[in-house]
Design a protein around this ligand. Sequence first.
Ligand code: SF4
Length: 243
Amino acid sequence: MDGYSYLEKRQYNENGIQRYLVENDEESVMKEIGQELSLEVCAERLRKHGFEVDVVSTIDEAGSILRQEIEREKPNRISYGDSMTVKATGIIDELRCEQSDRLIDGFDPSVSREVQLERRRQALLADLFFTGVNAVCMNGSLFWLDMIGNRIAPIAYGPKRVVLLVGRNKLVETPDEAVARIRQVAAPRNVARHPGFKTPCAVTGVCADCNSPQRICNTWLVMERCCPKERIRVVLIDQELGL
Ligand code: SF4
């Protein structure tokens, strides 16, 4: 993707169907590269790949699914990976207020960085794990790019049950678009919400494939199938959410 200038643009027709456009700065043209990025079509392809999938209209409905999961699974230990969409449901604040220690909170601001990192290690053995996705490809695969791996490791293995919340803005047509979206859109925006990062994208807003010690783009996870079948539940939300 070096030298590839990428700008995310989306349009919706009168039926709310999303069309996906990429702007190539060199040619200064808008090229339509996607057909219909339909949540329902995407859901069907994910189901064929072994994921349990819901399509919901709002973040509130997604939050209800998380609460139903807690009610049904009755987990002794719950944890989560950094996700603006999961936080937007209010579930993390609710779990923090519980009179129990079942939340393994790897982002608790009241404890030291060392304690946070140890909790993220413990999260690998949680019963239930919530997080988001960086990009969902219309071929039915999921993409992430992580800094230290605490978010992607429990998705791949460990927790008995994983629930992923996904805004419609995360849908892309091809694996190449997934990589481009993450490196050129999601990662620089993610850096921007963490003051103090001194990566090139923090200054310019554009990825320079840096070698900074604060580089957040270190380990990829691409999940093509869910094994065991339906261990992972993907909730596609018909709203623009997260980065
Ligand atoms: S941290 Fe480095 S590699 Fe990641 S988006 Fe920023 S410039 Fe690119």
